[in-house]
Ligand binder design. Structure first.
Ligand SMILES: Cc1cc2nc3c(=O)[nH]c(=O)nc-3n(C[C@H](O)[C@H](O)[C@H](O)COP(=O)(O)O)c2cc1C
Length: 366
């Protein structure tokens, strides 16, 4: 079955993309995912000066189900890529040469300076990548340099930085938004005003995964100390679904949405499509289950489309949005349903109360 979808003029072989993070950490792993059947990948976020990026160990923490031990939540304090920009540029070129039909999206982040953003945009665009994703959303570490969610929390900065990029970019630009904000529509609309063709949502939710009751240290613990980090995996999915639906209902029709957050199988991915995402991205799920999970994602989507009579992925996108309403409207609908039920019940009762021949005559027109 054809699972392709055209988004912002780009043909994705299927709607499943590696989300920015460890699954897109270098050309080798991206190539492996394409071989496995992924439609595209958002590479790990890059910046001009990798020397400023220093990662710590350990940098992950898991929340497990108390009964099954299954990982349901995941915290990370990982920064963006610490690999030099020249290495990345060479790898982007190589990937596009080897896999021209697969979609490669470059995730970029820089300090608040027009020259830096435009230099990075030009350099990366020259490699032949298909689109940009602007990282306005990493909630830890980079914020100390006023990057990542420091931008995504301020609509005026989102608009300005997006416009710097779109001024020099001739490929589609998506803005990746932080959920650590009251109304995700505001910075997203600002990015659209700056020229973004799409919105990716969500990045991670600021969190503390737990505290070690033996040492009294919050986790993940690095030399006895920690910082709050980004929460992902299954536990964030309902929040991501809510934010994606708000975006789908609140953004102009031609703005695409790439849904992200807690996707682990085709069921989860289809939910995001139904709520308005035309592509979905998976990061923690791939870290926990491996790139082979693409087989179930594709098979599950194909089966769903066959069972429900959808002829294309595009037909699935946004199909459940019409069922959102206001609470007031739900109350009215409930009252109306109750009234009609009561009506039916009372009519049924009449059959018992009246003589059957009398009731038949009452309902007969001649
Ligand atoms: C270890 C780790 C590293 C990440 N690094 C990046 C990054 O460099 N750039 C980015 O935009 N998002 C990054 N993310 C966020 C993911 O792309 C994604 O938005 C988030 O984790 C929610 O999706 P998930 O539940 O499928 O992981 C990272 C997530 C994790 C878990």
């Amino acid at each position: 079955m054809d699972l392709s979808i055209v988004v912002n003029g780009i043909t994705f072989p299927n709607p499943f993309l590696l989300g920015s993070g460890p699954p897109g950490t270098n050309a080798r792993v991206i190539a492996k995912s394409y071989d496995a059947g992924w439609g595209g990948a958002v590479a790990k976020t890059i910046s001009l000066e990798s020397a400023k990026v220093v990662n710590v160990v350990p940098r992950y923490g898991k929340l497990r189900s108390k009964t099954s031990g299954e990982v349901i939540g995941f915290e990370n304090i990982e920064l963006i890529s610490d690999r030099p920009i020249d290495v990345w540029l060479e790898e982007f070129r190589q990937i596009k040469k080897d896999y021209p039909k697969h979609i490669l999206i470059a995730s970029i982040m820089e300090e608040y300076e027009k020259g830096r953003w435009q230099e990075l945009t030009r350099m990366v665009q020259d490699t032949g990548v298909d689109a940009f994703e602007l990282n306005f959303s990493c909630p830890h570490g980079m914020t100390e340099r006023k990057m990542g969610s420091e931008m995504g929390e301020h609509p005026d900065l989102c608009e300005q930085v997006t416009s710097w990029v779109t001024e020099v970019s001739n490929i589609p630009v998506w803005a990746k938004m932080t959920p650590n904000i009251t109304n995700i529509k505001e910075p997203s609309l600002a990015a659209v005003r700056g020229g973004a063709a799409g919105i990716s949502a969500i990045n991670t939710i600021l969190s503390v995964i737990g505290v070690d009751l033996n040492t009294l240290r919050p986790m993940p613990t690095v030399e006895g100390h920690t910082v709050p980090g980004g929460y992902s995996s299954q536990a964030v999915r309902p929040i991501a679904l809510r934010m994606v639906s708000q975006l789908a209902l609140g953004l102009p029709q031609d703005v695409s949405i790439s849904g992200i957050g807690g996707i682990e199988n085709s069921h989860d991915a289809i939910e995001f499509l139904l709520l308005g995402s035309s592509t979905v991205q998976i990061c923690t799920g791939v870290m926990l289950h491996g790139v082979k999970m693409i087989d179930e994602l594709k098979e599950g989507l194909e089966k769903f489309m066959t069972d429900k009579g959808f002829n294309s992925v595009q037909e699935v996108v946004g199909k459940s949005l019409g069922y959102f309403s206001t609470h007031m409207d739900l109350v009215q609908k409930m009252k109306a349903a109750k009234r009609s039920k009561a009506g039916e019940a009372s009519r049924d009762n009449e059959w018992g109360q009246k003589d059957i021949t009398e009731k038949t005559a009452e309902l007969t027109s001649n």
